[in-house]
Design a protein around this ligand. Structure first.
Ligand code: F6R
Length: 612
């Protein structure tokens, strides 16, 4: 949530910052702004709305400066507006600051500052922290760096902060706790950003700043310190990412590109790990920790949103294949209740961004109690990846569309492979079943490709139902979490109210919603309970609901019951979710497009939820 960019070097800062903000816009797009420093003059420009609105408002301005900071906001404290947009400037006008996160004790600090005569131009917690820093600097007659250090020891909450000061012509000071910060190292220049996407074009050498670290960044120098003012040696990593991966590559939207990338992202996830001919899955994160996993009495899965849905599918798979009890928890609930976590408990953390605040804090809490954390993460080097004891990356590449698509299928593949490795060690799976599932997994990219070839069929269905006010998504067994995922995607991308339900549970309430205006999406592939779901279709048809079904090739019964249907290749029921989710992703995309929604940046959402 919120994207931040900074540059100090010899080039013009504004174009670099603007481009960076566009790349980070998936993190929030309520408003944006930049602060540029030249010859001791600090110029701040900000605008409500998307980055392009800021860009347009600055056409014709002379924006020369070789140091600057920029921000794209997802509002927490204060509505989206010009005045609440970042950067904020301190009361004396000497400091400009951007912030990603939440200062939880801002109200207390603000009331102290109000008593001291400070007034505030915005409703943000950021401006409070900024003036707190200014006040400390004034009272202690110290450097901004020292004032920041003192301030940060007194605040609670999460932050990634960048600030520039009039008297410091080429220095950006940065700090993080809970919100991500990457520093790119160029020749005589440094780039700072919430993730590597604004940096990749200029350098592949980066430093991931850790919690409670401060960075003093000049064109030729990067100093890292902890809050105790001790210097830390920066650990330089090489980015394993290409620029093409973060561009649209000819697609109209990132979401569509990411849906269509799935044959190759799933292939990449399997590559080097799974070999059906040798009956082998190699996952060092699992292999090296197999004893730890095998001795677990239960597995806890912690995640949010779409990643939580992947967790639900994993619960079914792990219990079936490994016979280990699994509980799936919303991170936001887990962190605030008083859960039982014991030493040696195995926790699977699932996250695309690796930065989701609720998940991260839940894991910190579990780790304190001695749990073993296995991370299933997409963003390499992210906070959740780093806090995990072991794990496996999903290798889906950068996911930029706000709605998670290719990361979800990557998560399912990793979780499936993990379950297979554990089950084989535990001998809870027969060799025949193990080998059959390996072969099926290897076929998934091809089957997804086949589904995508028929995307136009889904487009036609989307056109037909785009004016509906509500949708119901129903599935059984492994496809129940996919019903939840289908409903979530549709809500996010088309603003149509949608509910996901276990198909049989529908009789216990949601059936009251059914009339001739309600589209009901059945995920009804061939599996052991196929006849049961056919009965559920009959129940909806009898009440004149409109049935859209996702069915297996060769199914001769469902088409007669359905107003519209879409066929997917035959697959084992454990593998089916990897296929059934694809038409649902497409459905939400095409309904969103038909309604004229900016599907990559739907209202109120942000990709990386770094606030709780
Ligand atoms: C839905 C979506 C969100 C995320 C959730 C968790 O399309 O993108 O529901 O799945 O915010 O995010 P990660 O996986 O980054 O922890």
């Amino acid at each position: 949530m919120c994207g931040i960019v900074g540059y100090t070097g010899k080039k013009q800062a504004y174009p670099i910052i603007l481009k960076g903000l566009k790349r980070l816009e998936y993190r929030g797009y309520d408003s944006s702004g930049v602060a540029l420093l030249k010859n001791g003059i600090l110029n701040v420009y900000k605008k409500k709305g998307k980055v392009v609105e800021l860009e347009e408002s600055l056409l014709g301005e002379t924006l020369e400066a070789t140091i600057g900071i920029g921000h794209t906001r997802w509002a927490t404290h204060g509505e989206p507006s010009d005045k609440n947009a970042h950067p904020h400037t301190s009361a004396n006008g000497n400091i400009a600051m951007i912030h990603n996160g939440i200062i939880e004790n801002y109200a207390l600090i603000k009331s102290d500052l109000l008593k001291k005569g400070y007034s505030f131009k915005s409703e943000t917690d950021t401006e409070v922290l900024l003036n707190f820093i200014e006040d400390i600097q004034k009272n202690n007659n110290c450097s901004i760096e020292e004032a920041l250090r003192i301030a940060l020891k007194r605040v609670t909450g999460a932050y990634c902060i960048l600030l520039i000061e009039k008297n410091n012509p080429d220095t950006i000071i940065a700090a993080r706790k809970g919100s991500p910060l990457v520093i790119g190292i160029g020749k005589g220049e440094h780039f700072l950003a919430s993730d590597a996407s604004p940096i990749i074009e200029y350098t592949k050498e980066v430093v991931y700043v850790n919690d409670y670290e401060l960075a003093i960044v000049k064109p030729d120098e990067l100093i890292l310190k902890n809050l105790g003012n001790e210097t830390i040696t920066p650990y330089i990593t090489k980015l394993d990412m290409e620029l093409a991966a973060i561009e649209k590559g000819g697609y109209e939207h990132f979401m569509l590109k990411e849906i269509f990338e799935q044959p190759s992202t799933i292939f990449d996830c399997l590559r080097g790990r799974l070999n059906s001919k040798e009956s082998l899955i190699k996952m060092s994160g699992v292999d090296d920790n197999i004893e730890q996993i095998l001795k677990a009495d239960r597995i806890l899965i912690i995640a949010c949103g779409t990643s939580w849905h992947a967790g639900l599918v994993a619960e079914y798979i792990i219990e079936e294949l490994c016979r280990i009890p699994v509980e799936v928890e919303y991170a936001s609930e887990f962190r605030y209740r008083n859960p039982i976590v014991n030493k040696g408990d195995v926790i699977i953390a699932i996250s695309q961004s690796g930065e989701t605040a609720d998940t991260l804090v839940a894991l910190e809490k579990a780790k304190e109690n001695g749990a073993f954390i296995f991370g299933v993460v997409n963003a390499v080097g992210s906070s959740i990846a780093r806090i995990s004891n072991a794990g496996a990356y999903t290798h889906a590449g950068p996911e930029i569309g706000v709605a998670s698509t290719k990361a979800f299928t990557g998560q399912l593949v990793v979780l499936m492979m993990t379950a297979l490795v554990v089950a084989r060690h535990k001998k809870s799976i027969s060799e025949d079943r193990y080998n059959a599932l390996l072969v099926e997994l290897e076929q998934v990219p091809e089957k997804v490709e086949a589904i995508l070839k028929n995307a136009d069929q889904i487009k036609t269905i989307a056109e037909k139902y785009k004016t509906a006010n509500d949708f119901l998504f129903l599935g059984r067994g492994y496809n129940f979490p996919i019903a939840l995922e289908g409903a979530l995607k549709l809500k996010e991308i088309s603003y149509i109210h949608a509910e996901g339900y276990p198909a049989a549970e529908m009789k216990h309430g949601p059936i009251a919603l059914v009339d001739e205006s309600l589209p009901v999406v059945f995920i009804a592939t061939k599996d052991p309970y196929h006849e049961k779901i056919i009965s559920n279709m009959q129940e909806i048809k009898a009440r004149k609901g409109k049935i859209i079904s996702i069915i297996s090739e060769g199914d001769t019964i469902s088409p007669d019951l359905s107003n519209d249907y879409f066929c997917i290749p035959i697959a084992d029921e454990l593998i089916a979710p990897l296929l059934t989710v694809i038409p649902l992703q497409l459905l939400s995309y095409y309904v969103g497009i038909a309604k004229g929604i900016d599907v990559d940046k739907p209202r109120n959402l942000a990709k990386s939820v770094t606030v709780e």
